[in-house]
Design a protein around this ligand. Structure first.
Ligand SMILES: *Cc1c(COP(=O)(O)O)cnc(C)c1O
Length: 427
């Protein structure tokens, strides 16, 4: 009973400090004891999965205001089964034949600025169900007529993504998107993987909204689909008997996701957010003492109740790049993983949502270790006095030129997915 297996030792040896956010690549989130207990209760018994998913539907409906819901393996698989449901409706034979290779293919519309990589690629979920993504507008501007005129008799669904990953400006608003899609009877499927507000998409007319069970909800890896009953029922069918069978979710995860939703209802959110912010402020005041760093508070761009620190390097004090600093943090023992999506535009962030007791202090001491390194790298020759912040320098003749480490279009990433792929399983 009490025998420890070698993997238990391994995970302790290899644990990371995560100030990056809820990332699949880092094991998603910290699962609290009460959710773990519910999962454990489910492991050594049998249960009727249809009944368990019906209970999930009841709890999801209560928490989201939707008619129905079900648990999937992840948000990504939720997008697949949701889109598949939009295509086949209640035709079970069509469901079995997925992905239907029709010619011409069914079409799914999405804003071009929503066709992002969150790790996986949004448009791949559309292709997986045998449909074709049709991007609306341009990366930085979308107009209502562009959506209205793109919808045609082949359009079977629309996909909306709310996320920090998408283009944040120049897009249509959600209300207009839903209105235009619904005028033409096109269902709206929402990827809300990382969004805290469990009601807003349903309230504003989404046919399905999909959340990750393992991000802000702190559950095990799962997706939570909420929406209108007929399309949710079809999505659930796809999961049990159709294309989603290859991504099925087990009893332990369904129970864990339900427990996460039930905990969400009873927890003191404000108190948690105050604790997270207090930890952030501890880190902030320590970083203010480190010469060369510029630190600012940064609210989450999509409205989640998170304040992060935005950390950049004062170019007048150090010429170290922020990418180098993020690598340095990683090389600590334990490794500290910062939120590095934007190192190519000169900053990274510190996210306070996944810290264990004592982690804030580890983050601070790692930053202190970099102090000397920062000051060793004196900015290249020119005196920037009286010029204001800029990512450029001057050549010997006093002519302006770009500093290639500081500007995204000349910034060369130190690592890429292919090199990680080719190296694995070596680290
Ligand atoms: C995390 C994320 C996903 C993937 O969610 P999973 O539940 O891990 O599959 C999809 N879309 C967005 C915008 C995300 O942030």
């Amino acid at each position: 009973m009490n025998v420890k297996l070698p993997i238990q030792e391994w995970i302790i040896q290899n644990k990371l400090v995560n100030v990056s956010g809820t990332m699949t690549a880092l094991g998603a989130s910290l699962v609290p004891k009460e959710i773990a207990a519910a999962i454990e209760d489910s492991l050594d018994i049998f249960i009727d999965i249809n009944a368990l998913q019906a209970e999930a539907s009841r709890v999801i409906a209560e928490m989201t205001g939707a008619e129905a819901g079900c648990i999937s393996a992840s948000t990504a698989s939720g997008m697949c089964i949701g889109l598949a449901a939009a295509i086949t409706g209640d035709n079970l034979l069509a469901a079995e034949k997925m992905p239907i290779a029709k010619s011409p293919l069914d079409e799914v519309v999405l804003l071009r600025g929503h066709n992002v990589s969150y790790g996986g690629q949004v448009e791949q979920h559309i292709r997986m169900v045998g449909a074709e993504p049709v991007e609306i507008g341009t990366v930085n501007l979308v107009e209502p007529y562009q959506l209205r005129n793109a919808i045609n008799e082949r359009t079977v669904a629309s996909l909306w993504v709310t996320s920090h990953h998408t283009v944040q400006s120049g897009m249509l608003d959600f209300g207009t998107f839903v209105e235009i899609c619904h005028e033409r009877k096109v269902p709206v499927i929402v990827d809300a993987a990382s969004e805290y507000d469990l009601k807003i998409f349903i309230e504003r007319g989404a046919d399905i909204a999909i959340y990750s069970g393992h991000k802000f909800l702190s559950g095990p890896t799962t997706g939570i689909l909420a929406g209108k009953l007929p399309i949710i029922r079809s999505a659930y069918y796809h999961q049990t008997c159709g294309i989603g069978r290859s991504m099925k979710v087990g009893k332990e995860s369904i129970v864990g996701a339900i427990a996460a939703l039930q905990r969400w209802k009873t927890m003191d959110h404000k108190k948690l957010h105050q604790l997270e912010y207090a930890r952030l402020k501890t880190i902030h005041s320590a970083l203010n003492e480190i010469r060369g760093l510029v630190v600012q508070e940064n609210p989450d761009p999509t409205g989640n109740p998170i304040t992060r620190l935005k950390v950049s390097i004062d170019p007048k004090i150090s010429s170290m790049s922020i990418a180098k600093l993020s690598e340095f943090m990683k090389e600590g023992k334990p490794s500290v993983i910062v939120r590095d999506h934007h190192v190519d535009i000169g900053y990274f962030e510190i996210d306070p949502c996944n810290l264990n007791e004592g982690d804030a202090e580890i983050v601070v001491s790692r930053f202190r270790e970099v102090q000397d390194e920062l000051l060793k790298q004196i900015p290249v020759s020119q005196d920037q006095e009286g010029l204001g912040p800029r990512f450029s320098c001057y050549n010997q003749d006093g002519i302006p030129s770009v500093d290639p480490d500081k500007v995204p279009w000349t910034f060369k990433k130190g690592r890429d997915r292919e090199s990680v792929f080719r190296k694995w399983p070596k680290f």
